[in-house]
Write a protein that binds this ligand. Structure first.
Ligand SMILES: [Zn+2]
Length: 216
């Protein structure tokens, strides 16, 4: 089973991908991780990608597809792959289809984690972590029991991610709607899309994803 996970940043794709990887012996292909690994390993593609990223440019689709092909070769015996973060555009989806076709495979299922924009902004902009032990908190959903004191380690310093501001989140959502949503139509035309409600609690999201993968 080859699975594509779609959903805006912050929808919980990474968490779900990790769980499916453990549960179903699928191999997660995260393009960000693959790029970093290839650069660190100094492979031919990695050196090319490293040069491009150093210049602050976007790594071309063909190079990313090459990395995906290498990773698939390295994990030939797996039960399938989970793609998270790629494809992001129709052009990338077509390139992925071509790659899989050349291997006698296809994208079998596309799971879209649907979330409400405003709710996602609230979810992301409210989160912070203990600067000492890393425990995660949220202004609305998970405050420390004693204000300003970490439940776990008693630390009193907290940190926020620089990118967790409303402007940045809205900008990312805009990019997602513009570029990635057309992909849903692309895969719908192939009858592969299953939508799950990403605003539900995590157990419900997991259950819906399992049904999406096991159903016809
Ligand atoms: Zn702490």
């Amino acid at each position: 089973m080859n699975l594509v996970l779609l959903g805006p940043p912050g929808a919980g794709k990474g968490t779900q991908a990790k769980r499916l990887q453990d549960l179903r012996s699928l191999v997660q292909l995260s393009t960000g991780d693959m790029l970093r690994a290839a650069v660190a390993a100094g492979t031919e593609l990695g050196r090319k990608a490293g040069d491009i990223m150093e210049r602050g440019e976007l790594v071309p689709d063909a190079l990313v597809v090459g990395l995906i092909a290498e990773s698939m070769d390295a994990e030939k015996d797996s039960a399938g792959f989970i793609l998270d973060g790629f494809p992001r555009t129709i052009g990338q989806a077509e390139a992925l289809d071509a790659l899989l076709r050349s291997r006698g495979e296809q994208v079998d299922r596309v799971v879209v984690i649907e979330v409400d924009d405003d709710a996602l902004v609230t979810r992301i902009t409210g989160r912070f972590t203990c600067a000492t032990c890393g425990e995660g908190y949220h202004e609305l959903f998970k405050k420390p029991k004693v204000e300003g004191v970490c439940d776990v380690c008693g630390g009193t310093k907290f940190a926020r991610r620089k990118d967790d501001t409303e402007d940045v989140v809205r900008e990312r959502l805009k990019a997602y709607h513009a570029q990635t949503e057309p992909l849903i139509g692309y895969y719908k035309a192939q009858g592969k899309v299953r939508a799950v409600d990403g605003m539900a609690d995590i157990e419900t999201v997991q259950k819906e994803i399992d049904q999406a993968l096991d159903g016809a």
